[in-house]
Design a protein around this ligand. Structure first.
Ligand SMILES: Cc1cc2nc3c(=O)[nH]c(=O)nc-3n(C[C@H](O)[C@H](O)[C@H](O)COP(=O)(O)O)c2cc1C
Length: 212
C-alpha cells in the first residue's frame, strides 16, 4: 500500500470545543464532516488522549468552529500544540457560548455549529463521535481553511526566503498518519530514534521522505 495516496484526501480545519462543569477546552481537528443531510448529522474523530475528548465524552456535546483561510498560524498552534490539561486555552482568546454552554470562536472563523453526541464508536486510539447538528451559523463570508492550506502555510512559513533556492527540490519528512510535516531546525535524520510525531505520537520510523 502506498500511504501517500491518502494525502490526496481533502479535509477542513476546525476547533472542537466543549465545557463540562468548570472545565472548558478546545483542540484543532481536521476530522469533522457532515454525514447526513436530513437529519443533519456530522462525525468527529478525536484522539482519546486529548483533554477535549475526555470532556466531550462527559458532556456529550461540542461546538465546531470552522477556520478561515486567513486564520493566523498562532491560533492553530495555541489550540493544536498544547493541552488544556496544562492551561485554560480560552483564558486568552475571545469566545462565545452556544445554547448548550459550549465555547466557540468567532475571530478568524467562517462558521460554527453546535453538536449533540448521539453515538460513540471506540476506535482504540480514537473515538468517533456521531452527532446531531442542533445549531449552525455563518460568521464570515471568507473562505474556509483546508488541511492542505494549513500545510502550505506552515511549510511556507518555514521555507527559506532566498529566491535562488526557489527551484531547488524540497525534501520533507511527513507523518503518514496525521500528515504533520517535520519543520524543526535539527535535520530529520539526526533526530533521536525515540522522536515521535508531535501531533499523533507515531514513531520516527514511519515518517516518509517526500521530495517536491
Ligand atoms: C493540523 C492539526 C490537525 C489535528 N487534527 C486532529 C484530529 O483530527 N483529531 C484529534 O483528536 N486531534 C487532532 N490534532 C491534535 C490536537 O489538536 C492536539 O493534540 C491538541 O493539543 C489536543 O489538545 P487538548 O489535550 O487540550 O484537547 C490536530 C492538530 C493539528 C495541529
Amino acid at each position: 500500500m502506498d500511504a501517500t495516496a491518502l494525502f490526496k484526501l481533502t479535509y477542513g480545519l476546525f476547533i472542537a470545543s466543549t465545557q463540562w462543569e468548570d472545565n472548558r477546552c478546545g483542540c484543532v481537528i481536521n476530522t469533522a464532516a457532515q454525514v447526513t443531510d436530513t437529519p443533519c448529522r456530522m462525525s468527529v474523530t478525536m484522539q482519546k488522549r486529548n483533554f477535549t475528548t475526555e470532556l466531550v465524552l462527559k458532556k456529550k456535546s461540542l461546538t465546531i468552529s470552522v477556520l478561515s483561510l486567513s486564520c493566523p498560524l498562532d491560533v492553530i498552534t495555541h489550540f493544536g500544540y498544547q493541552s488544556g490539561r496544562d492551561t485554560d486555552k480560552f483564558a486568552s482568546v475571545p469566545f462565545q457560548t452556544d445554547s448548550l454552554g459550549n465555547p466557540y470562536l468567532k475571530d478568524h472563523m467562517v462558521a460554527y455549529m453546535s453538536l449533540k453526541v448521539t453515538d460513540v464508536i471506540d476506535l482504540d486510539t480514537h473515538y468517533l463521535f456521531l452527532c446531531d447538528v442542533v445549531e449552525a451559523e455563518n460568521l464570515d463570508s471568507g473562505k474556509p481553511m483546508t488541511y492542505g492550506d494549513y500545510r502550505a502555510l506552515k511549510s511556507g512559513a518555514a521555507a527559506p526566503a532566498a529566491p535562488a533556492q526557489a527551484h531547488q527540490p524540497v525534501v520533507k519528512w511527513v507523518c503518514p498518519v496525521c500528515h504533520y510535516v517535520y519543520d524543526g531546525e535539527v535535520p530529520f535524520e539526526e533526530l533521536p530514534d525515540d522522536y515521535v510525531c508531535p501531533i499523533c505520537k507515531k514513531p520516527k520510523s514511519i515518517f516518509q521522505k517526500i521530495t517536491e
